[in-house]
Design a protein around this ligand. Structure first.
Ligand SMILES: *Cc1c(COP(=O)(O)O)cnc(C)c1O
Length: 410
């Protein structure tokens, strides 16, 4: 008899383009920080759909908002007005900067593509088009955004790449300075690099970038697709730095799990994209907007920014204790509930062992184990996760010690 898991994975093998390396579990339902697979096994979900499910799984207020809106209107084209898009734009601009305006789309890559188009159009009359991005960054998988992504493994095979991208070193202001030419229109940077291994920008770096861009009349653009929407304990990660961008992108957690992206533009760039210059069929539809409005309300009313700060600190402290205890754990870093543990060997091993005992975490940048729990994660769940990591590390280190002993004995 074949199991449900075998049936589903076989379907994928036959019919789904194999561009993902999936883990061998079939998820069937979730509640809060817990998720269940087809065999009834329960996991503590410390990935949350890769920073998408900031309210956890099946939050009742999100479900209610989606249900109510679906019964009224699911889609309205951007040929017409509907109230939700206006309300959401008002809310997001209000959280970011007064006088800001929003454009809505459906994904992080699409939001970053919008930032790049905005920079090109803004630079056009100034005869500037180059966008400086950081090495080790991640901005998406469309041709323009994979070119913006400063990692050759993402670009390989897709040459020739679109022109106009220049790379600099993250957290190195001099490197950005020397990348500036008379063609530079914008600098695009993640305030906390996610896929690159959970690396927060230094305060001096972001503040220095702001001053540099002001001096040279260059746009400063932030990619907040992963680090935005409360993930770091502030609505947007740049709010930890006292630095405002000229525009920034959001996606992942923006609509609590429904696909949605956005660009929030400060007054300086808010009217660059005029009618006919940009569009997206599904962008800012009533259903995604209702979900996003509900997500924002829940974050506010349930105090989830503070919880992200508190639980982030608790988790990082606990991880640091484990790092002091186990030599393979080299460093704990991150902000709020965006956390990376740097290992001295491939993180995939630890990721697989944790999944086996019921904790979902994510290997990133080879040797970093990344944790992105929901913003409403509870203290007991943090403790449970720490216990599991402790158990797995004890076994992992025990084996490593055995091997070392055997080698010594030989
Ligand atoms: C995930 C991610 C993207 C791409 O978002 P998609 O929705 O997958 O297109 C872009 N930038 C950052 C920082 C991301 O984490």
């Amino acid at each position: 008899m074949t199991s449900k898991t075998e049936k589903v994975t076989a379907l994928f093998e036959q019919h789904v383009i194999p561009c993902y390396a999936r883990k061998p579990i079939v998820l069937t339902r979730g509640k809060g920080t817990k998720v269940w697979d087809a065999d009834g096994k329960v996991y503590l979900d410390f990935i949350a759909g890769i920073a998408v499910l900031n309210l956890g799984h099946s939050h009742p207020r999100l479900l209610q908002a989606i249900n109510e809106q679906a019964g009224q209107l699911i889609h309205v084209s951007n040929l017409y007005y509907h109230e939700n898009q206006g309300l959401l734009a008002e809310a997001l601009a209000g959280l970011a900067f007064p006088g800001g305006k929003c454009f809505f789309c459906n994904s992080g890559a699409e939001a970053n593509e919008t930032l790049i188009k905005l920079a090109r159009l803004w630079g056009h009359e100034r005869k500037r088009y180059e966008v400086i991005t950081m090495r080790n960054s991640f901005h998406g998988r469309t041709l323009a955004t994979l070119t913006a992504t400063g990692q050759s493994k993402v670009q390989k095979g897709f040459e020739p790449l679109p022109a106009g991208f220049v790379y600099a070193d993250f957290n190195n202001l001099d490197s950005v300075k020397s990348a500036i030419t008379d063609k530079t229109a914008a600098v695009l940077v993640e305030p906390v690099q996610g896929e690159g291994g959970v690396i927060p920008a230094d305060k001096d770096f972001l503040q220095g970038l702001r001053a540099l861009c002001d001096e040279k009349d260059i746009l400063l653009l932030f990619d907040e697709v992963q680090c935005g929407m409360g993930r770091t304990g502030e609505w947007f990660a740049f709010q930890n730095y006292g630095v405002l961008p000229d525009a920034f992108s959001l996606a992942k957690a923006l609509a609590g799990g429904l696909p949605m992206g956005a660009v929030i533009a400060a007054p300086k760039t808010a009217d660059v994209l005029q009618a006919g210059k940009h569009a997206s069929t599904f962008g800012g539809g009533p259903l995604a907007c209702a979900a996003s409005l509900a997500t924002i309300k829940v974050i506010q009313e349930e105090g989830l920014l503070q919880n992200a700060k508190d639980m982030g600190e608790k988790f990082r402290n606990g991880l640091q204790k484990l790092a002091d205890k186990y030599e393979h754990l080299k460093e704990v870093r991150g902000a709020g509930l965006m956390i990376g543990v740097v290992l001295d060997k491939p993180a995939k091993e630890l990721e697989a062992k944790l999944m086996e005992i019921g904790l979902l975490a994510l290997a990133t940048a080879e040797k970093v184990l990344r944790f992105l729990p929901p913003l409403n994660v509870k203290p007991a769940e943090i403790e449970e996760a720490l216990d599991m990591i402790d158990d797995v590390c004890a076994e992992w280190h025990g084996k490593a010690a055995d091997v070392a002993e055997m080698q010594k004995a030989e």
